[in-house]
Design a protein around this ligand. Structure first.
Ligand SMILES: [Zn+2]
Length: 138
């Protein structure tokens, strides 16, 4: 899913991150963007692009997928090491989540099989008891 951050990835344009236009800097607390250009409360979101993984920004909350373009970084620029490490960690988390999903599906299938076998066992025991009773009393 494309976020405003992916459309406005200014990491290559930043100098020290504190100068430049309102769009290309990150803000101190008293400079935070409160409202977007269309007058809505600017929402804080998190960028997951490869240049800014986990970096928060404020921007237009959007209206049916339309954004006015207001954008401001909340967090300072990320160091090179973070940009190298975080995407790899996110990939590993994604792989583990995929494995957990597969294992949960296997577990669910195994639980269904156990329930079926247990019900089958109950039927066999019931039939055996009925047969025993019939043979004993006849
Ligand atoms: Zn807006």
């Amino acid at each position: 899913m494309e976020t405003p951050a992916s459309k406005h990835d200014y990491s290559s344009n930043e100098s020290d991150g504190r100068t430049g236009s309102r769009h290309r800097s990150f803000a101190t607390n008293d400079q935070l963007l409160r409202f977007c250009y269309c007058g809505k409360d600017a929402h804080v979101r998190t960028s997951w692009t490869s240049h800014n993984p986990g970096r928060r920004f404020r921007g237009c909350p959007g209206n049916e997928g339309q954004y006015c373009g207001s954008f401001q970084w909340v967090d300072p620029p990320m160091c090179r090491r973070s940009k190298e490490i975080i995407p790899g960690l996110l990939n590993r988390i994604s792989e583990y989540e995929s494995q957990i999903k597969s294992l949960n599906e296997l577990l669910h299938a195994e639980e269904m099989r156990r329930t079926t076998l247990r019900n089958y066992l109950y039927v066999v025991i019931f039939v055996w008891l009925m047969t025993t009773c019939i043979v004993f009393f006849v």
